[in-house]
Design a protein around this ligand. Structure first.
Ligand SMILES: Nc1nc2c(ncn2[C@@H]2O[C@H](COP(=O)(O)OP(=O)(O)OP(=O)(O)O)[C@@H](O)[C@H]2O)c(=O)[nH]1
Ligand SMILES: [Mg+2]
Length: 295
């Protein structure tokens, strides 16, 4: 029987949701970083199996909203829970369940019957803590399955996919086989640039940056794409950091992003980056929208 449906991946910032999605797809469509609140938009990733089509929705980590950018991200994550066939809630393994995870699970109990709990980063804990952790999870969130995972190595992913298939309804494939994500190449290009910013800059800079692709032009028959993008930051001091001494930082970000884009798009990429100050954009509903963080 062919099965198909939507699976929402939710959880606290930094638990490894995007890493897990990339691991499931075998392709990096969602950017990841050691910093919390990396993902800002919902992104769809489609896994085409011989007996199922699984449509995953990666979401921004659920966080307390206190400014428009955060509020937009929390809204996205909460909406997903109500819209999917299977809710995959991801926690980080540890000694006992984190208080923020308890709070999150409490808001999701109405979905427990269609939920799977993924316990990620098992490589970071001793085996002995896993069973008590699962027992504790079972009492506060009696969901359909508990799956220990290591998203980084892929351990546990086959077992997870089996549990997901169990919960999916019978149905036809909804998307064509060559479609891996609903996001445009423009969006992916902007995200790759933001990923490099997250990797190479620190403190408030990654959170103050929004990347907008201004041009994405294919040169017919040449296997070349010309991409121009603007990195928007909130203050002059941040602009200085992103450009770096003699332009060194911007060059580093551009070079790393280009390599990644060439791999993902399988073409040569000519990338031009600009940096612009948009004063306090994270506090401006209009600019948050303009930069694409409203869905
Ligand atoms: N040791 C270890 N690290 C992991 C594992 N899975 C993810 N990570 C790391 O955890 C960090 C966060 O991963 P992401 O995938 O960006 O986390 P996320 O849940 O999508 O975070 P947000 O988008 O901020 O909500 C990255 O540095 C990952 O490499 C794992 O199984 N083991
Ligand atoms: Mg993420």
């Amino acid at each position: 029987m062919f099965k198909s449906g939507f699976i929402g991946i939710v959880g606290r910032p930094n638990v490894g949701k995007s890493t897990l999605l990339n691991g499931i797809l075998g392709e990096s469509i969602a950017i990841t970083s050691p910093k919390p609140q990396t993902t800002r938009n919902r992104i769809m990733g489609i896994r085409h199996g011989t007996d199922s089509q699984m449509i995953f929705l990666d979401t921004p980590g659920i966080h307390d909203p206190h400014k428009p950018l955060n509020a937009a991200m929390v809204k996205t994550a909460r909406q997903v829970a109500g819209d999917v066939d299977v809710l995959l809630t991801l926690l980080e393994a540890g000694e006992g369940i984190h208080s923020e995870d308890r709070a999150l699970l409490a808001t999701l109990t109405t979905y427990a019957n269609q939920a799977i709990l993924g316990i990620n980063k098992t490589d970071l804990v001793k085996k002995e803590v896993l069973l008590p952790f699962i027992d504790e999870a079972r009492t506060i969130f009696p969901c359909r399955a508990f799956v220990p995972l290591c998203a980084r190595t892929g351990e546990g992913i086959p077992a997870l996919l089996q549990e997901i298939r169990e919960l999916l309804p019978a149905g036809p494939p909804y998307f064509p086989e060559d479609m891996v994500t609903d996001r445009s190449e423009r969006f992916l290009a902007a995200e790759i640039i933001r990923e490099k910013l997250l990797a190479f800059t620190h403190k408030e800079v990654p959170y103050a940056a929004a990347v907008v692709v201004d041009a994405f032009e294919e040169e017919e028959g040449k296997g070349l794409v010309r991409i121009a993008a603007t990195i928007n930051v909130e203050r002059d001091s941040q602009k200085k950091i992103v450009i770096g001494r003699g332009g060194a930082m911007l060059k580093r970000i551009g070079a790393a992003a280009r390599i990644e884009m060439e791999r993902l798009f399988a073409v040569r990429v000519f990338l031009t980056l600009f940096v612009r100050v948009q004063k306090d954009w994270t506090h401006s509903e209009r600019l948050v929208k303009e930069f694409g963080y409203d869905r």
